[in-house]
Design a protein around this ligand. Structure first.
Ligand code: NAD
Ligand code: MG
Length: 393
């Protein structure tokens, strides 16, 4: 029986993963080693019962008594706290979903690689903050990382049987987010509620806001570089409002292979779950005659400064990705709390990068994960300082 674990089981990616596992036989097909959640113990307990998981972990330790109570008499082991989440990754499983949001997903995913299984990587922050360390760790243990971000799954599929050396460019698409058609001068007044609705995808709140600001696409450009090992100049972003073409790979003979599908993460998750086979998946089939037209435009740099910052991060290399992601997370927290405006987030991130590159060797490759985590902490602290100085918080 194949063994699986889901990190971030109660989130958007986690729920889609749970749905697919249940459709593919649930506990009759899979042995579920561990399920983890941030705080939602009620849902975590339901999932753990349904999959007959061996272990359920809640990151927020204060909720452990409630989890214990919800699972009393089931024989399912329980644990609480951030460390317990990482320890759950020490339990070997053949297939592990890395579906925690933010830098908190880095450690569990990294640990899971030591078992040499398959890491289905939705947590793009892992590659942005510590790409080379993650890829080296996977190679060292013979583990496989399969991309779950829709664009990267699309590129991965387009590259099947191809030589990466024959690739000229990789194009990833962006919907343009909630404010694609807003006048620029209105953006500074965008509310959290407005930024939290996506035109095409249903996702967690943080990635939805990051889609509106294109910080999500900025992370994905870096993710593309780290995962596929191509140069920054080979990576292109196009605004594609329909969200049906997820990525295109252009080869040196002029041909391009694109990947199309409904905007439903169960495709990319199901692809990673069943790889190298293709299973029947419950995603909508496209009727292209009905859709009629697909449109593409170049992103407007004034509307999406995050894309320029991603280029600067790639040019610096080393720890810049960790600093970028952490500053972005701090600015996003402040936006959600109502302390900074939507349009101020990129300025905060840019200021953090500039302060850090002035007094540290940001471009130096980290020797280990501790250095990455330390950079993450420092960048968050500087982001808070920047926001305090400018009276934004
Ligand atoms: P989400 O907010 O819906 O869910 C996040 C999950 O992580 C939840 O189970 C939550 O409880 C848990 N969690 C949050 N903070 C935690 C912490 N500090 N420690 C432990 N667990 C914690 O997020 P999501 O939209 O499912 O996104 C998950 C990851 O997948 C992100 O990295 C995101 O960028 C990526 N991703 C998501 C989508 C999507 O469609 N939602 C698409 C592509 C990539
Ligand atoms: Mg994506």
């Amino acid at each position: 029986m194949r063994s699986v674990s889901i990190f971030g089981a109660t989130g958007s990616i986690g729920e889609s993963t749970f749905d697919l596992l249940m459709r593919q036989g649930g506990p009759d097909t899979y042995r579920t080693v561990a399920l983890t959640a941030g705080r939602n113990v009620r849902r975590l307990a339901e999932q753990a019962r349904a999959l007959r998981a061996e272990l359920a972990v809640v990151a927020d330790e204060s909720r452990l008594p409630a989890l214990r109570e919800a699972l009393a008499g089931t024989g399912i082991e329980t644990a609480g706290g951030a460390r317990a989440v990482t320890e759950a990754a020490n339990r070997p499983a053949d297939w592990i979903m890395s579906g925690i949001v933010g830098a908190a997903g880095l450690m569990p995913g990294f640990r899971a690689l030591a078992h040499g299984g398959t890491l289905a990587l939705a947590n793009k922050e892992s590659l942005v903050t510590a790409g080379p360390l993650l890829m080296t760790e996977a190679a060292r243990h013979g583990a496989r990382i399969l991309p779950v971000d829709s664009e990267h799954s699309a590129v991965f599929q387009a590259l099947t049987g191809e030589d990466i050396g024959a690739v000229e460019r990789i194009t990833i698409t962006a919907s343009g987010g909630a404010f694609r058609d807003w006048p620029l001068d209105r953006l500074s007044r965008a509310t959290v509620a407005e930024a939290s609705t996506h035109p095409n995808w249903i996702m967690g709140q943080r990635i939805t806001i990051d889609s509106a600001s294109m910080f999500n696409k900025a992370l994905e450009v870096i993710e593309t570089k780290e995962f596929f090992g191509v140069g920054p100049e080979q990576i292109e972003v196009l605004v594609h409002p329909e969200s049906l073409v997820h990525a295109l790979v252009g080869f040196r003979d002029g041909g391009m292979i694109g990947h199309l599908g409904a905007p439903d993460m169960r495709h990319a998750i199901g692809y990673a779950l069943n790889w190298p086979n293709r299973a029947h998946l419950p995603v909508a089939r496209l009727n292209l005659a009905e859709i009629g037209q697909l449109s593409f435009t170049a992103p407007d740099p004034a509307r999406y400064p995050a894309l320029r910052l991603a280029r600067e991060v790639m040019a610096t290399g080393g720890l810049a990705g960790a600093a970028f992601n952490a500053a972005k997370e701090a600015a996003l927290d402040a936006f959600i709390a109502g302390h900074v405006r939507f349009t101020e987030m990129s300025g905060v991130v840019e200021e953090v990068l500039s302060r850090l590159s002035a007094d540290s060797d940001l471009g130096k490759s980290p020797a280990n994960l501790d250095i990455v985590l330390e950079t993450d902490r420092v960048a968050r602290r500087i982001a808070d300082e920047v926001m305090k100085e400018t009276h934004r918080i």
